[in-house]
Unconditional design. Sequence first.
Length: 99
Amino acid sequence: QIYQSGNAIGIHSYSHDYKKIYTSPQAYTGELLQTEQLIYDIIHVRPVISRAPGGTSGHFTPAFWKAINDIGYIEVGWNALTGDGRWYRKTASKEVENL
C-alpha cells in the first residue's frame, strides 16, 4: 500500500547491527541484497535507494561506495539530527519541531 500510494521504497539494512554490517563492503551489500530480496518477494519491486544505519560518515570508505554503486544502489544519507534515534518516545509533532 505504501508503494502503491506513490512512496519510494528504500533499504536501511536487514539487521541494523553495526558490528556486522560495517565489517566489510561485502557484509554491507549482503544486507542490502538480503533485504532487497525480501521486499521483492512481497511487492515485486527492487529498491535502489539505501540509507546507511548511523550514516556513512565514519563507516563508509571508498570501497563501500564502490560496492553499493556496483550493485546499482544510491545512498541518500541524511543531514538532520532530530534525535529520532534516541530511546525515549516523542510525538510526530515534536519530531517535526526538532527539524
